[in-house]
Design a protein around this ligand. Structure first.
Ligand code: CO8
Length: 300
């Protein structure tokens, strides 16, 4: 049975049912203009699907910093669900329309001074976003064109491949410890699966934000490219991954990710309780307030 609200790989129709598109669709003879893009734009995320290639472009457009508010997370999950259910879509490139910022991570104001009900709803939305993205049967490529702390880093880590602009001013990492909070086990699991246990342990304990070149050395991102080449590279990587038969790639992805996904699905309620209890503590609220003040001071 499908866990509620989770579009999991193992309870979808067999992957090989998904339409695999020939290089030229019979409806689209070579030489004619490409099929029009389908696009849907919400408040915070712009999505464009090129039906001729089967590749969607998802752009975060929630200035100033693409923070992951409840509204953003809900839009993100709905957008992923729409693409996942569209047989014409086989892959998605995730990037930002906000200069210098990929995503600043979870919106701290959603975790500060709110009710237990609000924290519960917010955390469910964070879980939902990760379950959909990490469990997606599409090829997911993160084109990280700016800073990407904490929840922003989680989004990149949840993709199949990460390409980052080679600007050393852009940092990426799970820096929760710097805020006086602790990354939940499934953030940690996702990180370990990308960089290995030792690197993840050191980086998590220190709450490190790694400049792009260091992130590349650690394997946190797969490739660095000049910013102006980022989208071109992302499209090339996507084409390489889409050249394989969908069913083989999808079943392999399931094999690699299922244990980690299952762990959250089995402990979802407990994880929500832990988050709500933790974030409701006065000491944690104080840490978050101080961190927000530090951000404002740094600005002035
Ligand atoms: N949430 C809410 N507001 C934010 C956030 C955020 N994550 N990040 C920045 N802002 C706000 C700033 O306060 C500022 O607001 P204002 O204009 O009102 O003063 C505005 O956005 C612009 O920010 P900056 O001036 O700092 O913009 P810069 O371009 O100079 O820097 C950065 C952008 C690098 C993104 C910088 O803002 C930054 O480092 N932000 C903090 C990022 C961060 O640490 N995020 C971690 C969030 S926690 C998380 O994602 C996982 C939590 C897991 C839960 C654990 C269990 C409790």
């Amino acid at each position: 049975l499908c866990p509620p609200g989770v579009l999991s790989l193992w309870c979808r129709p067999p992957a090989w049912d998904r339409a695999t598109r020939p290089p030229h669709s019979p409806l689209q003879p070579p030489g004619l203009p490409l099929a029009p893009c389908r696009s849907f734009s919400n408040n915070k995320i712009q999505v464009e699907l090129d039906e001729s290639s089967g590749v969607a472009m998802m752009k975060f457009k929630s200035p100033p910093v693409n923070s992951l508010s409840l509204e953003f997370l809900t839009e993100f999950s709905i957008s992923l669900e729409k693409l996942e259910n569209n047989r014409a879509c086989r892959g998605v490139i995730i990037t930002s329309a906000v200069p210098k910022i990929f995503s600043s991570g979870l919106d701290i104001t959603e975790m500060s001074g709110k009710s237990v009900e609000h924290y519960t709803e917010f955390w469910k939305a964070v879980q939902e976003m990760w379950l959909r993205l990490y469990g997606s049967s599409m090829v997911t490529v993160a084109a990280v064109n700016g800073s990407s702390p904490a929840g922003g880093c989680l989004i990149a880590l949840s993709c199949d491949y990460r390409i980052m602009a080679e600007n050393p001013k852009f940092g990426i990492g799970l820096n929760e410890a710097q805020l006086g909070i602790v990354a939940p086990f499934w953030f940690k699991d996702t990180f370990v699966n990308v960089v290995g246990h030792r690197t993840a342990e050191r980086s998590l304990q220190l709450g490190s934000l790694h400049p792009a070149p260091e992130a590349h050395r650690l394997g946190l991102v797969d490739e660095l490219v000049p910013e102006e080449k980022l989208m071109e590279k992302a499209a090339a990587v996507m084409a390489q991954w889409l050249a394989l038969p969908d069913h083989a790639r999808q079943l392999t992805k399931t094999m690699m990710r299922k244990t980690v996904l299952d762990r959250l699905v089995a402990h979802r309620e407990e994880d929500i309780k832990n988050f709500v209890t933790f974030v409701s503590k006065e000491s944690i609220q104080k840490s978050l307030r101080m961190y927000m003040e530090m951000l404002k001071k740094r600005k002035s």
